[in-house]
Ligand binder design. Sequence first.
Ligand code: CU
Length: 407
Amino acid sequence: MKLIIFRIILSFNICNCFISTSFGQRLVVDSLFLANTGTHELWDKTQIALYSFISTPKQSVYLPGKTIEVEEGDSVHIYSRSISNDGFHTIHLHGLDVDTENDGEPLTSFPIAPYNSYTYKFLAKNAGTYIYHCHVGDVMHVQMGMYGLVIVKAKGGKKTAWTDGPAYDKSFSWLSSEVDKFWHENTPNAMMNDFRIPVYSPNYFMINGKSQQQLNDTGTAIIAETNQKIYLRIANIGFYKHQFIFPSRLNPEVIDSDGRPLPKSYIADTLNVLPGERYGVMVSSSSSLFEKVKVNFIDMNNQVSKGIEEIPINVVNNVSIDKKSKYQSSIQIAPNPAQETIRISLNIPSKPPYMLRIKDLFGRTISEIYCQGVGIKEIDVASLPRAIYIIETNINGIIYSEKLILD
Ligand SMILES: [Cu+2]
């Protein structure tokens, strides 16, 4: 059975494939490789040892692990192979209705030994946001990075929070967590054998494995247009309480929790997400908005916030930009999205010498380029982190700006 599934995966050359059954139900076959050797770079360039769930055995580890995406009603098989050179691992499907054999609790289910594999199976009964994580050594393997999201979309992959639920235009997933560097410097097995588990004192606070300037990231920062419905899937796999504070102009409406629609949705600009909890929040703004969602990471022993991270929100009123003036779209960037070099031309009546500024979504100037005369300006952007930026210039008191995506 394992061999057959592995063949399917290889023949499709991607790790997520589906086959329709005679009852119209999809069988989704996905794969995870359980790794215990790797390093991960944090926002300040600090390197930590990391375990992870990755897509292919040759990949470098990353945080969080691979996201599993399926649809409501799917029968899901996750081929799981340990490429760890030491110790056991499992996959616990947190919040999903699974039988004991597929629960991933090592005592009642079973652990996966190095270079062994198992195919976890479950039925994705309810659309929603779920977490999977290793259940060996409990908190230690999770702390080492063995976690990821399971997203169960509405039937047919429709852009609704659940089948026949509220519709959205865009969605973002925020899986929050923490890192205690000391725990990563001491192997979990050594700590477990000695029963000397140190006090948990995290020094890095993350959303989608990112912090600080890394949150200016196309997968995490909210980039949307006015009046678009944005569906946020928020999940906490840390050991602290994570408090999300939204600008009230985003009209945050909490609509589901832990994989079930709420009987009655509610508006709240502060959302406390406890370890293991998941929430669905619908936001939108009727006017342009350049603000941040603030996230407090709160030690539940004393209710003190030990870290703050901010996720940029960039809601742009595209209609009014077009109507306001032709100058607003007068910066032309090509290519966009770009990778290495961009060519910028200004389409305005007069062009005195001007300064082009590249800003991140926090409004910080990343670089300034002095420009003179007409013609196309070529700028090397290869060294900039892959993210969204604003190219801006001020000519005779008028600010011209344009969005630049580096991918
Ligand atoms: Cu593990």
